[in-house]
Design a protein around this ligand. Structure first.
Ligand code: ZN
Length: 203
């Protein structure tokens, strides 16, 4: 059995304390991000010589995307993974809610890759991200799962109700997404969009 030591590091962003996750492996110079805020904090911990190959967006609300243009400037080849709705919202400061902040964000690059339920993206030889559609908080919501990790964005934050009172939030869908994530999590470490990562105990 090949053991690839891939790891996740957490960055807490200055806007709304959203989490960015940096995924790296000692056996590769490829790194990956889940959500993107303060890029200066990412660059401080990115291993020397590593490139960020892809950004997985859990959804396209401002606090989870606002570093995207800086990321693209630093790593022009970086792919941006999001849902179909996300691919529209990332280009619209109205839909991604950034127009209500000081610095509206609209992605103008051509590296968008649309993901849907069941899609798989290979990070390292034995580490793959599979895509779970978890709408409700926002129509763009995707969660991502490997054998060991589950990135749930704002679709599931343990101990908190999912926020559904933002534009295009849907309470019933959000509840279905929570159930879906809970049924999939198993032994995996949960990495939410805000707050601490944790292992969910099953009763
Ligand atoms: Zn959000």
């Amino acid at each position: 059995m090949i053991i690839v030591a891939a790891r996740v590091e957490t960055i807490v962003n200055s806007v709304f304390s959203s989490n960015t996750y940096l995924i790296s492996s000692d056996e590769s110079s490829d790194s990956w991000l889940v959500d993107c805020g303060d890029m200066d904090k990412v660059m401080k911990i990115l291993p020397d010589g590593n490139k960020i190959r892809g950004l997985f967006l859990t959804h396209t609300h401002f606090d989870h995307i606002y570093g995207i243009n800086e990321l693209t400037r630093l790593f022009p080849e970086c792919l941006i993974y999001t849902s179909e709705y996300g691919a529209t919202a990332i280009r619209s400061s109205k839909l991604n809610l950034s127009r209500y902040h000081e610095s509206p964000v609209e992605y103008a690059g051509d590296k968008l890759r649309v993901l849907k339920e069941g899609d798989i993206v290979k990070l390292y030889d034995v580490v793959e991200m599979s895509v779970i559609e978890t709408p409700g908080h926002c129509p763009s919501c995707l969660s991502y799962m490997t054998d060991e990790w589950l990135f749930s964005g704002d679709s599931y934050i343990q101990g908190l109700k999912v926020v559904t009172n933002l534009p295009k939030g849907d309470k019933a869908m959000a509840q279905m997404s929570v159930e879906k994530i809970k049924s999939l999590i198993g032994h995996r470490m949960l990495f939410p969009g805000h707050g601490e990562s944790c292992i969910i105990r099953h009763n």
